[in-house]
Ligand binder design. Sequence first.
Ligand code: ATP
Length: 611
Amino acid sequence: APATYPAPPQNVGSPPFSILVALFEKLQVERRQERRKRLIDSWFNHWREEKGYDLYPVLRLMLPQKDRERAVYGLKEKNLAKAYIKLIPLGMKDPDAIRLLNWKKPTDRDRSSGDFPTVLYEVVSKRSSVIEGSLTVDDLNELLDELAKNMGNKDVQSRVLQRVYNRSTPDEQRWIVRVILKDMQISVKETTIFAVFHPDAQDLYNTCSDLKKVAWELWDPSYRLNAADKAVQLFHAFAPMLCKRPTKKIEDTVKQMQGSNFFIEEKLDGERMQLHRRGNEYFYCSRKGKDYTYLYGKHIGAGSLTPFIDDAFDSRIDDIILDGEMLVWDPVSERNLPFGTLKTAALDRSKKEHNPRPCFKVFDLLHLNGQSLIHRSTEFRKKNLRACLSEIPGRIEFTAEYRGTTAGDIRSRMDEIMANRGEGLVIKHPASKYVLNGRNMDWIKVKPEYMDNLGETVDVLVVAGNYGSGKRGGGVSTLICAVLDDRIIGETENDLDEAKYSSFVRIGTGLSFADYVWIRSKPWKPWDPKNPPEFLQISKRGTEDKGDVYLEPEDSFLVKVKAAEVVPSDLYHLGFTMRFPRAIQIRDDLTVADCACANDVLVSMRTERKR
Ligand code: ATP
């Protein structure tokens, strides 16, 4: 077990916040990296000499995005604007109130629009009479604690901000608001701040995502961690290993694998998740260290996942840490989807009708029975992973995985994965160690080659849908899309009510579970095969463009679709369709009138062919 080091002795008093502001302002204008490091270093040392060795109160103000104790305030720009309007107070028609609320909009007179802290500074400096702030670093931390504790309670938060307003200068408030927004704009990377604070700080942070632990365990600059302290630890959120972005050519990825028999894994489009288990206790958390145990379940009697996966673990396992991606199994279409944004709602167990459920796709094993495995090879970890765990379909599964040695191997797996509506591949070197928070050439993403530039992107209208193979719950799972047929000339021109659409493509990839919840709530109408919707022209052959249900254009929406290429097909009315189509985004910012036209597609295709 890692040694526990005594917490730092208590600081003597707390200096005014203004001395930290002075540092921020110097950092903001200093361009040279070395100088910036020295500024921070001498500031930290000064603090240590004058105040003591506890730098946590300062680190959390410098790295607010890493502060887990004050995770959320519920105060983004809009709410901050409202609170300030109330506390100054400003009338709702006051130009400055309007400026605060519309901080994003650039106007001729506002140089600073686009940056909320600066807009706020300008509004406050016109009115504030505070010349010297009286908040200490500790005072500010207490006020911020109160803000966090009262998330959602606008009145209390407004009163706390009133104290900030009364006791600090406009300049200081600009920085305080940056702390609240968790975006400091001092152009110092967190790795730099960690490195100046202590040589092991980044390593320790990677194992636990816990700023307080870093500040307190490493308060003494002369103390060094040993290797065991830099390993993953049970029930601590580590920073997972990430993938390198795709190389220009697949051949370059193969080169990085140095002739090895590498792993080809399916790239999953869910949420990165780590699972820790000791005895009967579970812990789940995201890549950024957000604790999701409350959703998935702390023990076998709780949550949406834990009760169903307890049997997956070999009985000889006492404790284990797994790395993988969390997807959601959609019982309507009977496949795994990314969550999308409505995660909590989507997993709300009281909403039985959709009954979605999480499915954990595992690809790595980092800790087993008291031993960290991050220094072992990927090959070794994967072998042991399969020995420890058995799949429970739809609940906990291994990520699809193959071996290969050539670019050809990667390309043929890519075709397979894309045909199965996958999103890409990850190539892993079999000898690679697991590097916390690392992004090196040992893990490389591969996207289909067309995804970068050559691919076609079109905004098409959703006209009909098919149920999933499960036919349960009456939910749509595949979308039939069409383009406006502008090949028909004549009196219908410009009249969208009379417009005819031409079936073009069907898509069932790229949308999240949250998207489907939204899509399924649309006013779908049953499709009568003898009497298909009048606005839609369909092919004479096949079932590809025949729905179970359809949507009137005025009830429908556009979706941005990307594909490898457009190819001839007599299964769609247009006479062409897309190969490997994937929904990129629901275009709720566009209207039906923005739908792509038949001629656009045909023309762009011809120019593509000529190239
Ligand atoms: P990144 O997450 O790398 O910063 P990004 O947010 O653009 O980039 P994508 O390119 O869509 O994400 O997905 C890549 C990420 O997905 C990986 O970094 C990793 O977190 C996760 N991932 C998905 N499948 C795998 C896999 N089989 N092995 C490792 N990581 C995977």
